[in-house]
Structures are given as C-alpha cells and as structure tokens.
Design a protein around this ligand. Sequence first.
Ligand code: GCO
Length: 456
Amino acid sequence: MSFPSDFVWGAATSSYQIEGAVHEGGRGDSIWDLFCRTPGAIYKGHNGFVACDHYHRYAEDADLLTGLGAQAYRFSIAWPRIQPTGVGPANQAGLDFYDRLVDALLARGIDPYVTLYHWDLPTALHYEGGWANPDIPQQFGEYTTHVAKKLGDRVKNWMTHNEPQCSIYLGCGAGVHAPGWKRPFEELRVMARNVLLSHGYSTLALKAEIPGCKVGMAPVGQTCIPASRSAEDIAAAKHQMLGIRPDSLWEMPLWLDPIVFGEYREDVLRDPVAVPHLSEADLKVIHQPMDFLGLNIYSAPIIKAGEGGKPATLDDSIDDPLTAFRWLVRPESLYWGPKISHERYGLPIYITENGLSNVDWVGLDGKVQDPQRIDFTRRYLTELGRAVDDGVPVEGYFHWSLLDNFEWAEGYKERFGLIHVDFTTGTRTPKQSYHWYREVIASNGESLRADPSTVV
Ligand code: GCO
C-alpha cells in the first residue's frame, strides 16, 4: 500500500450542516430552513439555524485544518447566500463570506474543493417548482457564473452536485429530506433530467470563467462487494452495482452515463422507462468533459452469484460491525467502489466522503476517545491503498467530516466529526481520531502499516 506522493488528504463539510447564520449577510431562506420549521420533520425538532456557527468561526476552523495538516478542504456554497431568491444579481455579502474563507484556506496552504449544490435550494425556487421547474438548469448555470467570477482566480477544483440521488429521491420522493415531497417516479425522472442539465450548464459556466479548472460531481458511490474473488461473484457484484432498476435513482450510471458517454449504454438498461428521457439537444448540454469523479462511500452490500448467475445479496451476520447510525462497516467498499467505477468511466477518482457516526463525548480528562473511528478509517484507507496498488488512479481522500454537524433529518444525533462540537457553546475539541489522521497525512499513509495495537 503506497499512496502517490501528490495524493491529496483532506476533510469535508457542507454549508447547511455547519454554517448557521441563516439570516445573516443577506442570505435568503433555503428549503432546509423551511423543512426545519416543519413540525416532526427533524429529530427532536433540531435545526441548522446556528449549527457549528462556522459562518462566524471559519478562521478557527481553518486553524483546525492546519492543525490536522490537511492539504485540502471540501466545502459547499449556499446558493441562497449568493442569490437570496435563486435568481438575479449576486448578493455581495454572501460572495464576500466565501471569499474570506477561500483566502483563509490559501493563507494556510489548504486547497479549496468547492461543491456548488449540497442541497440548500433557495426557498423561492422551491415555490416555483424546485428541480421540476424547466428553468432551473439555466438558473443553476447563472448562479455558477456568479460564484466562478468571484472565486475562480483561486479555486481550481469544483463539484457541481453532491448526491443528487438524495436531494431528488430522499427530498422529493421519500419525503424524508427537504422539501419533504412525495412525488411519483415519473416526476422524479423529470427532476433528474433537470439536475443533469444543470450539471451541463454549470460545467459550461465554470469552463468559460476559469480556464484550466477541474470539474467533477459527487454522487452516492453506490458500491457492491463481491462475496469472493470468483469471476462469477465479481460479475454479479458489477451487475448489481451498475444495472439501473425501475423506480430507483440510486445507481451511478443513471447520473454518469449521459454525462460521460453522452448516452445510456445498453448494458445498464434493464427497463427503458427507468431513466430520464433525454433528447439529443439535452445530451449536447449534459455531455461535457468531466475531469474527475467524486465518490461518497460509507458502506456496501456483499453480492454473490445466485441462481443462473443472478446477483444475490448476502444476509448480514449478527457479528457484522455497525456504526452508531447502524450502518454496516464494509471497508472493501473503498476498494471495489473506485475499482469498478474507474473501469467503467475511466476517470481519476477522489473519495469525496467517507466516515462514520460514533457515540463520542468529552471525557473527564477533557479528551474525546473515538477508537472506533480510528479502526474504521484504518480499515477503509487500507482498502483504498489496495485500489491504488492495483493501478486505480485515486487522487485524494476527504474524510466526512471535519466537524460534528447537522446530520439532516437526524439533527445532531449523529456525530461524524474528527472534531467534537459542543452545540451549546460552540466549543471544538479535536478527537483522538483527529490526531491519528494527522499522522496518516504527515506520513502519506505509511502510518497505516503500523501494528494497530501499538497505535495512540
Ligand atoms: C450525505 C451527505 C452528507 C452526510 C453524510 C453522512 O452523504 O448524505 O453528503 O451531507 O452528512 O453523508 O450521512
């Protein structure tokens, strides 16, 4: 296991989960503010109105990234800070906040990786139909231009969308995320088409404003692990991971095939109505060169070849380790996810999110002990190292998350941070895993080889 010398080590967050200050600096309302005001929508009525107060504490957070030795930081821009109603001229105070943040990072030698949409849609656009509105793709392009004009001289790595599977399916189909809609699948497919078009317009805007910039996207890295190294099990796992099922938006090809290939390839189409209808003109906009693929990977099912080679999911064992969120710990997802995705799309890969929620608190000694996070990350990074050794071009890894933060419908119940946040006082306490990860970064992954029993 040996990571390339220019491998990028970092941590990730998103705007709504950490910023707070939802009514400051001219920021408009977002669908997550609206959802947080909806009785019963969020665990114990929590909300993101203050969150980690990062809007005011961004310099302290940049210092914490320095303390970690992070080389890069992935964060997202809140559209309603830039355009309070989602359209029209830019709000200067909103742009200035991200300008200060980018400067704070660069002054510390930390490279910003910016996501343009991590789910905080301006409420005004939601009332116009949200992602179902045929105007939204071009509006997203115009928003992108405002951001690119301001930050493009310093930010070189961009992601258009984060996990469109969640913003569309969880938000507009299952109704468990903002805006809480339960729309039928035909409508979700229309929204998916608009997201794809918006990615196209956004990419065009970035490339026009920022020569030489790199543009990617960070979908849910829906991954499957083969039950064995047999050719049959591997084929079954790939089939399961890549085939698009009816009434599902989760599979990566649904989002990536039209972007990367300019069409849906036959091998993933099990049911032609399962994908958004895209005209030739749509595909012209959507099919833009993509520079890298971001993968958000947390867990994965284990798949074997069942009857006639058909994919069959192995039952979980009572001994399978689980995170606090009760997600299965499946380190090999960080081997197979990058490997299979790269085989299909041929793009350089970043792990744009990976991590776990854990039951962390500040001990009597003032320290936060989180051995599970260390063990989890060691296992996952070791598998990622194996993918690198196999020749998969993985360029970087962003741990989710830098800080404990607002975990969407779960409120503050799930703690994903390398840094503990006391949400009453705002006090940050780096966890044991923060110090451990610092060693991983400083040694470019060499410290992962140490005998686990001798660590920390
Ligand atoms: C997502 C988002 C993050 C989450 C993280 C843990 O994957 O849902 O990108 O915002 O907080 O994944 O659930």
